[in-house]
Design a protein around this ligand. Structure first.
Ligand SMILES: Cc1ncc(COP(=O)(O)O)c(C=O)c1O
Length: 391
């Protein structure tokens, strides 16, 4: 099919040309001075994106799933307790990874479509008078449901309960797209991958680690070798890694940090918020329902749409792929077959969003869903016009 395929999934996202070009340089010696400068730039630049001056950045070749593992094995011991807030497919995965290492996981189970209720977290922590819970696990932006939880409120819950548990937060689909503040929100480990807000291909596991988490790491007994962050931090002081690093991705990461800095983080967040609202208005104008019910928890990186009754979302997504080369996110976990997800994150502008929304309208209609063609686009366009800033 001529033209570009429409990758409207919630990550991996489109990689801007200048990042592709940055990654296409020849590999350099990963123990030489040029490489050391590259590492320092990446580590410093990432601190800005995590909004931290105090945390240490750790980068591994890996993925978001690997970052869960790195976060857990470096901070906890088998037999220790952790409170896992579970409100979707990815928070389930984070909790399961902890359980696989012998951590006693106490689940705070929430319906798909809900955010993490800070008051319930506070109640659990207050009940734990012996401070047996060593960590609270939260997914900032649950990518399976399009729900963003209030991490600042969870921090405040920990503080009100005067509980010393570590706050471990997955920011895989929110970092560099939705405001997230490691220092201000007292986050002990924030973990992510490169393929969403950072606009890179997949292939890294990235963590921001507080002093408190580093100290916990000195006592943590989970078995670890590859994911042990101590040798990485030690070798990073000399601009090296204890293994062969993903040099091309680091070239790309340096460029991605330039791209983000040029736009400015506040503007990056505002752009995501505006495109997300346009998308939600389009979906609602088509008479469809959002999976996220609380407008304060709407995700600005993706929208999970409930498939109309009588239609299967897996079949619809295959149809969109086949007919228009449009890729949408599938329903995951409990909402498999019931939800499709529109990604609107990373390197994205108004016209690209509108193109994707036109594709959603066209393919829903040709799939048999009753709707007024153009109703969604008109709602999105109205909103984009109302909120347009003069260039
Ligand atoms: C919130 C969240 N956590 C973890 C992951 C797992 O990351 P990866 O697929 O890079 O292993 C994803 C992937 O989409 C995610 O969205």
């Amino acid at each position: 099919m001529p033209g570009r395929p429409f990758l409207q999934i919630p990550g991996p996202t489109l990689v801007p040309e200048r990042i592709v070009r940055a990654m296409s340089q020849s590999i350099i010696d990963h123990r030489g001075p040029k490489f050391a400068a590259l590492v320092r730039e990446c580590l410093e630049g990432l601190k800005g994106v995590f909004q931290t001056e105090k945390a240490q950045i750790v980068i591994y070749p890996g993925s978001g799933t690997g970052a869960w593992e790195a976060c857990l094995v470096n901070t906890l011991s088998p037999g220790e307790r952790a409170l896992a807030c579970v409100n979707g497919h990815f928070s389930t995965g984070f909790a399961r990874t902890a359980a696989a290492y012998g951590i006693e996981v106490e689940r705070l189970d929430l319906p798909y479509g809900a955010g993490v209720p800070a008051d319930q977290v506070e109640a659990r922590l207050r009940a734990d008078t012996a401070h047996q819970l060593r960590a609270v696990l939260v997914v900032h932006n649950e990518t399976s449901t399009g729900v963003t939880s209030n991490v600042a409120a969870v921090r405040a819950a920990l503080d009100r309960a005067r509980h010393p548990a570590l706050l471990l937060v997955d920011v895989v689909s929110s970092l560099a797209s939705i405001d997230f503040r490691v220092d201000e929100w007292g986050v002990d480990v924030a973990l992510t991958g490169p393929q969403k807000g950072l606009m890179l291909p997949p292939g890294l596991a990235i963590l921001a680690v507080s002093d408190k988490a580093l100290h916990a790491g000195e006592k943590a007994k989970c078995p670890r070798a590859y994911w042990d962050w101590a040798p990485v931090l030690e070798r990073n002081t000399r601009g090296e890694f204890p293994y062969t690093p993903a040099t091309s991705l680091l070239f790309g990461l340096r460029e991605s940090l330039h791209v983000l800095n040029e736009e400015g983080l506040p503007q990056v967040f505002a752009r995501h918020a505006r495109l997300a609202e346009a998308c939600r208005r389009a979906i609602l104008a088509l008479g469809l329902q959002l999976l996220c019910r609380n407008p304060h928890e709407y995700s600005n990186t993706l929208t999970a749409v409930v498939m109309p009754r009588g239609f299967n979302s897996d079949a619809y997504i295959a149809h969109a792929n086949r007919t228009l080369d449009l890729s949408l996110g599938v329903g995951l976990g409990d909402v498999k077959g019931k939800v499709f997800r529109i990604g609107h994150l990373g390197s994205l502008n108004e016209l690209e969003l509108l193109g994707g929304l036109a594709g959603v309208e066209l393919t829903l209609k040709s799939f048999g869903v009753k709707l007024d063609l153009g109703a969604g686009l008109a709602a999105a366009e109205e909103y984009l016009l109302e909120t347009a800033r003069p260039r």
